[in-house]
Design a protein around this ligand. Structure first.
Ligand SMILES: Nc1ncnc2c1ncn2[C@@H]1O[C@H](COP(=O)(O)OP(=O)(O)OP(=O)(O)O)[C@@H](O)[C@H]1O
Length: 350
């Protein structure tokens, strides 16, 4: 099923939660909504689900306008943190809930409900938990039950709000991969909210980056990392150092930082006009070497081994820069010489 969102706006008092949001999601896609706290992710999901209503704009599913269609008739499954499991119901009853509350004419028989719930329990790998209460299972298992509850109605579209939010890193990673496989296997179209960029990049076919109620970029993870559409996106993603800069005719200058200028040809994003700019350099985009006497421009603060590389924290005239280098290149306290190999620069608008 496909989803088209056109010019959606939603205001709460002074807060513009959604600002002219347009988004077209293809059938079968797995899309992440990524953005800082308060950027409108949850509001967008709630409007799609029919739990909240936009002041302007439209939501279409497979071409059909949803404005007059109530939540439970939209064929959408959702896993929202605010819709925790029912505490007094067993795992089985929680999963069956969405089918049991259907109007009589659309309600499957008891036997059919039992068959569907058991099939889901099996698929989720939690068959042995059917009779337990939510408080008697782990956080990761609860998330699987919440997902099974959302899937029981055989939704066309699955919406997930921070589905792994409360879980520890290991469980989270496992569930992520499992969700990705499930999405593909069931042929779902899914949208999930996260503020964890790694999660978005690993799971999603495309990522919608949100800022202050607007979608500021909607593209594949690779394209977003490679060509961030704005200083906001560049700064939000990819662990980049943010540096003051100035674009001149020949090169990008980093004054007042003691870095050599970068010729325009070395830049991966360039502002349209000369003048004040802000530049982003990722940790692997630095050239570093120990400094000979008097030629250092920075000092190593701290080094940490990570995989085959060392992650360095370098003091560059008072600004801490994250960089990567071969292990043992520098010792803490040692002066060094660092240069940006490339940068992404944007006009520094007030
Ligand atoms: N029911 C509400 N009443 C008033 N303001 C609201 C309401 N819901 C959301 N907002 C405001 O709308 C804006 C967007 O909120 P939203 O919850 O959609 O952001 P979010 O990106 O999901 O944030 P988070 O990552 O913290 O969950 C915020 O400024 C928020 O305070």
């Amino acid at each position: 099923m496909s989803l088209e969102v056109a010019q959606l706006s939603r205001r709460f008092g002074d807060a513009q939660a959604l600002r002219d949001v347009s988004l077209a999601v293809r059938g079968g896609e797995f899309v992440a909504l990524l953005g800082p706290s308060g950027s409108g992710k949850t509001t967008l999901l709630r409007v799609l689900a029919g739990l909240d209503f936009a002041d302007a704009g439209t939501v279409r599913i497979d071409g059909r306008d949803m404005s007059a269609v109530p939540a439970r008739e939209r064929g959408i499954g959702f896993v929202f943190q605010s819709y925790a499991l029912f505490r007094h119901m067993s795992v089985f009853e929680n999963i069956a809930f969405g089918l049991r509350v259907r109007p009589r004419a659309q309600r499957p028989t008891r036997a059919e409900i039992a068959r569907r719930v058991e099939a889901l329990l099996g698929r989720m790998g939690i068959a042995e938990l059917a009779r337990r209460l939510p408080e008697q299972i782990s956080g990761g298992q609860r998330q699987r039950v919440a997902l099974a509850r959302a899937l029981a109605i055989e939704p066309r579209l699955l919406l997930l709000d921070e589905p792994f939010g409360a879980l520890d890193a290991e469980v989270r990673k496992g569930l992520r991969r499992w969700l990705r496989a499930l999405h593909a296997e069931l042929g779902l179209t899914s949208l999930f909210v996260t503020h964890d960029q790694e999660e978005a990049m690993e799971l999603a076919d495309r990522v919608a980056v949100m800022q202050a109620g607007a979608v500021v970029q909607f593209d594949t993870p690779a394209a977003i990392l490679d060509r961030p559409a704005s200083a906001f996106v560049a700064g939000f993603l990819g662990h980049a150092a943010r540096l003051p800069a100035r674009l001149a005719a020949d090169a990008l200058h980093f004054d007042p930082l003691p870095l050599p200028p970068l010729p325009r040809a070395a830049l991966r994003a360039t502002p349209e006009a000369e003048g004040p700019a802000v530049a982003f350099v990722r940790s692997h985009e630095w050239r570093i070497r120990p400094a000979a006497a008097g030629e250092g421009n920075a000092t190593l603060l701290h080094a940490r081994r990570s995989g085959g590389q060392e992650q360095l924290e370098i003091d560059l005239a008072g600004q801490v820069i994250e960089a990567e280098a071969a292990p043992g290149l520098l010792q803490p306290g040692q002066p060094c010489r660092i240069e940006a190999v490339t940068a992404r620069a944007y006009a520094d608008k007030p």
